[in-house]
Ligand binder design. Structure first.
Ligand SMILES: Nc1ncnc2c1ncn2[C@@H]1O[C@H](COP(=O)(O)OP(=O)(O)OP(=O)(O)O)[C@@H](O)[C@H]1O
Ligand SMILES: [Mg+2]
Length: 432
């Protein structure tokens, strides 16, 4: 018989394609299912020679049992077999092994069975006697299909994960907006309660009330009111992020001054706990413009957290250095570290692992809001029992909108003004 030369070229093209698949994804696992021992074992040897990892099954039951134990990529399945026939085996494979492809082997002149097989989900069918190269290229194509579907599945999973994260972010953003709105509304009544409580406390000290029945009970109650109002104010102030009413200030950042000042604010607590804070500044050679007030608040928040998490004798390193087109500020500690299941939650509002009444769970939420508004990012790496490292990346200029950058002095305040401002102003910005 004269072979069609075109068919030869087609096969060579298929073979080249198949080779590239084999190179990309070695170890294709093939299960050969045929009740004719000689045919099956010869085919298995020839496929093994071409680099496939083969396994044999003598009938349908054997095939299903082997697949259950050890799923395969491709099943080469004889249709005519004693016991469960090939088509039934195919249906069961398709129902249970989603990523397995089946190539059917039909008897000569039995196209109908092959067509039925394709309808039932077979990748393709070949008619016996089969030509090994043809089978090999079919296996290659079937495997390519598996890889494609795998990719699609991974993409769909990734998309679903991203959508879930986006939804969570949106939920957080609206929660944040709502919380900030509530905080704003609550601030005024809190101020009035505090003032009124102070007034009652003063009244109680007056001579004419010296003999008032249960005066001490009233005094105790007023103290409780004042303490609770202070706590509530801490929460609202955190939520509002101490945003300066006149909007962000932009000036050239002197990292050494900024970090030392933040350390100065946190140092008392660190010394009390016998935790050492080391400042390590390698100032970026190029100027960075941002809002020093808000940056300082974030750094103090991070330092406070680090001090809380670190035992006596522990160490905190706060650093600033030049990154790629940005400045990088790091706050690392040798403290307790953060459990993996908490890592994703620490930036959520009100997430805290501190005992009730001790932490508001807002510092990191507010800090991230500030850094994002300054056009930067804040990330954390942590190992339980070893410590944590928070990294802030800041752009060279404070980016306000797309393509718009706030340049130094635009707001009329320079870094010198910032350094020379009154201490009261600095205190006004402090947290915790
Ligand atoms: N450096 C750190 N080491 C270990 N855990 C940390 C660290 N920083 C933050 N955390 C964890 O993240 C949680 C949230 O921190 P966040 O600063 O937002 O709130 P908080 O410290 O609990 O309360 P507050 O709002 O009063 O600061 C903390 O309760 C703690 O579990
Ligand atoms: Mg905190």
């Amino acid at each position: 018989m004269v072979e069609d030369p075109g068919a030869g070229i087609d096969r060579r093209v298929e073979w080249v394609k198949f080779k590239s698949i084999m190179d990309r994804e070695k170890n294709i696992h093939v299960l050969l299912v045929d009740d004719e021992d000689h045919f099956r074992s010869t085919l298995a040897k020839r496929l093994a020679k071409r680099g496939f990892i083969t396994q044999e099954a003598v009938n349908g039951e054997d095939c299903l049992a082997k697949l259950e134990r050890d799923p395969r990529d491709i099943v080469i399945l004889d249709i005519r077999m004693p016991g469960i026939d090939g088509l039934e085996v195919l249906r069961r494979i398709k129902a249970s092994c989603l990523s397995t492809e089946v190539i059917l082997l039909t008897g000569h002149g039995n196209i109908q069975e092959g067509v039925e097989g394709i309808k039932a989900g077979a990748y393709d069918y070949l008619t016996k006697p089969i030509e090994i190269d043809h089978l090999v290229s079919k296996i290659g194509q079937a495997h390519e299909k598996i890889l494609r579907e795998d990719e699609k599945r991974r993409e769909a999973e990734f998309k679903a994960r991203m959508e879930e994260r986006m939804a969570a972010c949106e939920r957080l953003a609206s929660l944040g907006t709502m919380a900030t709105g509530v905080a704003h509304e609550i601030n005024n009544p809190l101020a009035i309660i505090k003032e009124s409580a102070g007034w009652i406390a003063q009244l109680l000290k007056k001579k004419e009330l010296a003999d008032m029945p249960r005066r001490q009970d009233f005094e105790r109650a007023v103290k409780k009111i004042e303490k609770s109002v202070d706590r509530a104010s801490r929460i609202t102030h955190q939520l509002l992020g101490f945003v300066r009413r006149q909007g962000p200030v932009t000036s050239e950042i002197n990292f050494k001054t900024l970090l030392e000042e933040a350390v100065g604010l946190a140092n008392r607590e660190a010394t009390k706990k016998a935790v050492e804070i080391q400042v390590d500044v390698d100032p970026p050679p190029q100027a960075i413009y941002s809002d020093p007030y808000q940056l300082r608040q974030v750094i103090v928040n991070l330092l406070t957290n680090a001090i809380h998490a670190t035992d006596a004798g522990g160490k905190i390193i706060i650093s600033a250095r030049e990154g790629f087109e940005e400045a990088v500020i790091g706050v690392s500690d040798t403290g307790s570290g953060i459990a993996r299941e908490h890592l994703e939650r620490i930036f959520e509002p009100f997430f805290t692992t501190k005992p009730p009444g001790e932490g508001t769970g807002l510092s990191l939420f507010v800090s991230r809001g500030i850094i994002e508004r300054l056009g930067g990012t804040i990330e954390v790496e942590s190992r339980l029992g070893e410590g944590s490292c928070f990294t802030i990346r800041l752009p060279r200029c404070l980016r306000i909108g797309q393509g718009e950058e706030r340049l130094p002095e635009v707001n009329g305040i320079s870094f010198r003004d910032y350094n020379n401002r009154e201490r009261g102003d600095a205190h006004d910005q402090d947290t915790d």
